[in-house]
Design a binder for this molecule. Sequence first.
Ligand SMILES: Cc1cc2nc3c(=O)[nH]c(=O)nc-3n(C[C@H](O)[C@H](O)[C@H](O)COP(=O)(O)OP(=O)(O)OC[C@H]3O[C@@H](n4cnc5c(N)ncnc54)[C@H](O)[C@@H]3O)c2cc1C
Length: 395
Amino acid sequence: MKKVVILGAGYGGLMTAVQLQERIAGDEAELILVNKHDYHSLTTWLHEPAAGTLHHDRCRIDIRSLLRTNRTRFVKGVVEAIQPDVSAVRLADGERLEYDYLVVALGSEPETFGIQGLKEHAFSIRSINSVRMIREHIEYMFSRFRNEPHRSDYLTFVVGGAGFTGIEFVGELADRIPGLCREFDVEPSQVKIYNIEAAPTVLPGFDPELTEYAMKVLSEKGVIFRINTPIQECSPEGVVLATGEKIPSSTVVWTGGVRGSSIIEKSGFEVVRGRVKVDHYLRSPGYSNVFVIGDSSVLFDPETGRPYPPTAQIAIQQGIHTATNIKSLLEGGELQAFHPELKGTVASLGKGEAIGMVGQRKLVGSSASKLKKIIDNRYLFTLGGFKLLLQKAKL
Ligand SMILES: Cc1cc2nc3c(=O)[nH]c(=O)nc-3n(C[C@H](O)[C@H](O)[C@H](O)COP(=O)(O)OP(=O)(O)OC[C@H]3O[C@@H](n4cnc5c(N)ncnc54)[C@H](O)[C@@H]3O)c2cc1C
């Protein structure tokens, strides 16, 4: 029997597994899904638990609850190396998994562009564990301030990067501050949130009218922007900007970029910023039985020659597509090329506020925010039907 091994149960990998297990007969292939945690993280929601506006348990789903145990074997384990020359994967506990077809969906890691001190001293929004730490740290800073009121750095929060994650996080954080101020008897004017971006605009690539709207809404909530201003250095004392400005802060959260999982590069795959440049069947060059999807891969738009952005939207579509292609290979059929269907983008700006672009249509305010919830809920339904929707839906 053929063996299909899927590495990573994020948006791409879990969707591949769930779709494939529905399409193959029990004796057609052995399906193995490997993930380091036994839950799937709703990563696109993580700015909320990071700020403390949503409990982190709302952002995780028990992987086994979505698998048919007679079709798919779940292995909770950490992938240490992929050995494509011998079609095998090595896990940290020493287990070796052989495969006929491999799907690599290990996601991304923060990209710090060599900025001094960022890796060591900044938090990042990337997993349940990392956001739990951010939320607790923020609360701890408020409680420390009450005991050392001369330390304004405790109440200064710096968010590096005003892309999607940075903007969504400052929106949530600004919403959380009034509650924290009440809880810790702090005057709101003592709290500062800085959002720092190296590019000439927030949300680079987004429609200018919408980015202007986003900045207006967030500035009214108290966010201070430094645009066109790279961070030069980060230390336990705060950040130094390229302009020479020093911002003393005990909390720096870096959201400025991601690169592919380091496992891939260490395993000898050819990469661009840690990502495998896949062909239009989503296969790795040189290994026709290895598919690489989601943030671990990079695919270029043939019309613009530019890479598609690393998004959950694309990872999900690639997962569904890869399941179809593997099913076809198992039946001796042909592969279909992948063409993403870009349905639009919505960025949240905190409770009830968002901006979005759907086709040529621009949305702002509560209608964009409602659309964001629809997108989130649609994913839950596609992944786990009504049962999952009822458990996790955003209302
Ligand atoms: C705050 C935030 C908001 C976002 N908002 C949006 C949005 O609105 N729309 C959108 O389209 N995208 C959004 N994104 C981007 C989106 O989350 C990613 O593009 C998406 O998660 C990529 O999916 P993936 O399957 O490639 O990787 P992931 O979903 O990251 O999954 C990777 C999986 O691999 C596992 N893993 C990693 N390393 C190992 C290992 N060594 N061994 C075993 N398992 C391992 C991880 O635990 C994880 O389960 C957002 C991201 C963030 C952080």
